[in-house]
Design a protein around this ligand. Structure first.
Ligand SMILES: Cc1cc2nc3c(=O)[nH]c(=O)nc-3n(C[C@H](O)[C@H](O)[C@H](O)COP(=O)(O)OP(=O)(O)OC[C@H]3O[C@@H](n4cnc5c(N)ncnc54)[C@H](O)[C@@H]3O)c2cc1C
Length: 418
């Protein structure tokens, strides 16, 4: 045998799996098709700007992050817990009243937060606040849309804020996602102040890589995986590798090739990254567009932020980094730069002529489609030597990916001992 366990994929799930296996006393070899670790968590450094491959944030309230990540050394730069809401005539900042007391009064008096909606929201989130984050998940689930309707959450808080915010988080504007999945994410948003590491989101998987005894084998695609004798064999361009067992920790769209299991559907988005010499809007908040009659965005952009206001390390001093997100499940999700600029000019109420487009990332497979019911996390076992891990085996998030990787390692350790 070349090693005890081969982990295929160095995203967050694969890295946590490898680390746990190592701690359990196994020799581990990690294969990664890409040129760096991180999978969906990568950062491009462009002219001193940190442009994550798709805007995302790290929530320090995730239990898996608290338990397994050295958050302190990442130097998390927090976003405001709230949002700026743009309508065709108004701009309002809604924020967590305890974290941002200066916005408490205006938040509670805002026309976007009528008391009946706040009560309905409390009704909607209550079941999740009562249950433990990692405990069993309620069997009853429904779509996000139906759960809002059932809770009576039908007013401006939903139309102007929640639907738009959540569509950006889920890369899904249909309302068909599992309500329990969304409640879980909202619970974490309520408990933590998500932010960006000083070195970019990729600093997270890079930190995890430093804990591995054997460096991840980059640019090494697993082409074929088969049971062989009392172990498994993985073919790569550099030749075959043999091990007692393997964990397939590739993204949901890639599992078919190695396992024969059906590829899983995903949601996608596009993030546009611009540099600006002047600050278009102060404050560390995400901006949501509620300008369309009946709620929601009037153009292709679902959310935008001056990222460097929350995370100064993302831009050279004196310059500003702006992200804008469009959703691929909408006809305008593949908008051209000109349309995105027009929308930004409307939202920030100023010209973007002196803004420079740094890059844009089209992330087709942002998150696995997560229809109800949201099931209890479990790695999938193929035969007695192969497990499948990844966010698609738990729930689509950093938390879900880490937990899935960890559980696969623990299950495999039991299998190998048996
Ligand atoms: C734009 C965007 C925004 C997001 N926003 C958030 C957010 O704000 N908060 C949050 O919690 N989560 C967010 N997420 C989700 C989170 O990033 C993912 O859930 C998580 O990173 C998935 O990790 P994973 O290890 O399961 O899969 P992946 O990251 O997809 O890792 C799979 C790895 O397997 C490798 N691989 C594939 N095939 C092979 C092969 N044959 N051989 C070798 N290697 C292979 C791939 O190259 C990849 O590195 C976001 C994701 C994206 C893309």
């Amino acid at each position: 045998m070349d090693t005890d366990v081969i982990v295929i994929g160095a995203g967050l799930a694969g890295l946590q799996c490898a680390r746990r296996l190592q701690r359990n006393g196994h020799r581990v070899t990690v294969l990664e098709a890409g040129d760096a670790v991180g999978g969906r968590v990568r950062t491009d450094l462009i002219e001193g700007f940190r442009c994550d491959r798709g805007f995302q944030v790290l929530n320090p309230a995730y239990p898996a992050v608290q338990d397994w990540i050295d958050i302190g050394s990442l130097g998390l730069q927090a976003f405001g817990v709230g949002a700026v809401i743009r309508t065709s005539t108004t701009t309002a900042t809604l924020a967590h009243p305890l974290r941002h007391p200066q916005h408490a009064l205006s938040t509670l008096r805002s026309r976007h937060t009528p008391p009946s909606d706040l009560l309905a929201f409390a009704r909607w989130i209550a079941p999740t606040l009562r249950q433990s984050a990692t405990g069993p998940r309620p069997a009853q689930d429904q779509t996000l849309h139906d759960s809002f309707e059932e809770a009576g959450l039908t007013g401006r808080l939903r139309r102007d804020v929640l639907d738009t915010f959540l569509a950006g988080v889920l890369a899904d504007s249909t309302g068909e996602s599992s309500a329990n999945y969304v409640r879980l994410l909202v619970r974490y948003f309520a408990l933590g102040a998500p932010g960006l590491p000083r070195g970019g989101m990729q600093a997270l998987p890079e930190q995890m890589e430093t804990w591995l005894h054997e460096p991840v084998r980059l640019n090494t695609s697993a082409r074929d995986l088969r049971h062989s004798g009392d172990g498994v064999q993985v073919s790569t361009d550099a030749g075959p590798l043999r091990a007692r067992a393997a964990v397939v920790a590739v993204g949901p769209q890639d599992i078919h090739e190695l396992t024969g299991q059906p590829a899983l559907p995903t949601h996608g988005l596009t993030t546009w990254w611009f540099r600006a010499p002047e600050l278009p809007q102060p404050g560390p908040f995400l901006m949501l567009d509620a300008s369309r009659r009946g709620g929601g965005p009037a153009g292709p952009i679902w959310n935008t932020a001056v990222v460097s206001q929350a995370a100064p390390s993302y831009a050279p001093e004196g310059q500003h980094l702006i992200q804008a997100t469009t959703l691929l499940d909408r006809p305008d999700g593949l908008a051209e730069e000109a349309a995105v600029r027009r929308d930004l000019e409307r939202l920030y109420q100023g010209s973007t002529a002196d803004w420079e487009l740094l890059t844009h990332h089209l992330v087709e497979h942002t998150l696995p489609v997560q229809h109800p019911p949201l099931l209890q996390a479990r790695p999938q076992q193929l035969g007695d030597r192969v497990l499948i891990a990844g966010d698609h085996r738990d729930h689509g998030s950093i938390q879900g990916a880490l937990v899935s990787g960890d559980q696969a390692a623990q299950s495999l350790t039991r299998l190998l001992a048996g």
